[in-house]
Design a binder for this molecule. Structure first.
Ligand SMILES: [Zn+2]
Length: 371
């Protein structure tokens, strides 16, 4: 049986480390006691446990799991200036440190970040070349907060943007859509494509969460890019209903209008109900539903060409179930795995008064974008 879904993963990405320097997001020192174990919220465990669950459930047998070459300098330079890459490489050789706005890393992370970007490049290439129908890139460190020379929020290289630029050059694509459902704003991706119409960027995020205070409602793109950047800030506390309504009212109509040749999802799991860095209430079935919607949109417009790239998500217990649901959806395989938190999270969903208000705000955003 031909395996049509790829999972691009490399153990090296789990070695990116700031061990002992942070407790959740607080730098150790002063009143902050060194952490007992995981340390920085952005740790390998959520990813490692997701891969483990995929193995244990048997889902691994129905998909093609593979690594990829690291991104090379030419790949990186499609997005990042040499000056930034040099600075990152030097600090990495020097044992690591802080390179931007909350973008800390340990020794060797430059090479690891090149592997992370390489996985995304290969995931996109495998789909565009027709080797696979769709693919998931388990990229770490993540990328969506990283601008051309402004690393931020755990993101050191702009994985999705790099993969898009490499693919655009190789395959001559004219229209690519990125949907970012990480709970935080996809500000790096937005910055990189802000003046361009060949990449439609859509970000659903908790309003004001990160970058701190940012909403983005009125940031529509500039120049040729005007109208090709859509921000969907959502109220804290929203859950399955808010996201699926925003998908139906804004994301899917925007994709239908744009008709992309490739669909990329920047998939953060920090909109999940257990996440320590977000205040939204998605559960694993929400991630499954949203992936189903993206798959249907990709089938309609671009022969099913869909690539999902891992971004944030800091609940080590919950993220694996959400990743598993996304990959089950991509591969159209259902295992016996059930999410033990699902029933509780369904009971946490906001009431109708909240949802009515959020729906109204979503419809206002749709109107703003003439959708
Ligand atoms: Zn995030």
């Amino acid at each position: 049986m031909k395996k049509t879904t790829g999972l691009f993963h490399d153990e090296l990405c789990l070695w990116h480390s700031t061990q002992g320097l942070f407790s959740l997001v607080l730098p150790v020192g002063s009143w902050v006691q060194p952490p007992p174990s995981a340390g920085l919220a952005e740790s390998p465990e959520s990813k490692r446990r997701a891969i483990s669950l995929i193995e244990v459930s048997g889902l691994s047998q129905g998909i093609s799991i593979q690594s990829a070459p690291s991104a090379n300098e030419a790949n990186l330079m499609t997005v990042h200036p040499t000056k930034y890459l040099k600075k990152f490489q030097e600090l990495s050789l020097d044992g690591g440190g802080e390179i931007g706005t909350f973008a800390p890393f340990g020794p060797g992370s430059y090479e690891i970040a090149k592997k992370s970007a390489g996985l995304a490049i290969e995931a996109v290439d495998s789909v565009l070349s027709g080797r696979l129908k769709n693919a998931y890139s388990m990229s770490r460190p993540p990328g969506h907060h990283c601008g051309r020379e402004t690393p931020m929020g755990f993101c050191l290289l702009a994985n999705v943007a790099i993969a898009i630029e490499v693919a655009r050059k190789k395959y001559g694509l004219k229209k690519i859509a990125v949907v970012d459902w990480d709970v935080h704003h996809g500000n790096g991706t937005q910055e990189i494509f802000y003046n361009r119409s060949d990449v439609l960027t859509i970000s659903l995020h908790q309003e004001g969460c990160f970058p701190p205070g940012y909403s983005g409602l009125d940031d529509l793109g500039e120049g040729d890019g005007k109208g090709f950047n859509i921000n969907i800030p959502l109220m804290p506390g929203g859950g399955h209903q808010a996201y699926t309504h925003a998908m139906r009212k804004i994301v899917l109509p925007a994709i239908n209008r744009y008709q992309p040749e490739l669909l990329v999802v920047a998939s953060g799991y920090d909109a999940g109900g257990f996440d320590p860095l977000g205040r939204m209430l998605l559960h694993s079935e929400s991630y499954r539903s949203m992936t189903d919607m993206m798959k249907a949109a990709a089938s309609e417009h671009c022969g099913g060409k869909l690539v999902v790239v891992h971004e944030g998500g800091y609940s080590e217990a919950h993220v694996p179930f959400c990743v598993h649901a996304v990959i089950e959806s991509l591969s159209e395989k259902r295992t016996e795995v059930t999410d033990p938190s699902l029933e509780m999270m369904e009971s946490w969903q906001p009431n109708n008064r909240f949802n009515d208000l959020q729906n109204k705000l979503i419809e206002e955003i749709a109107t703003k974008h003439h959708l």
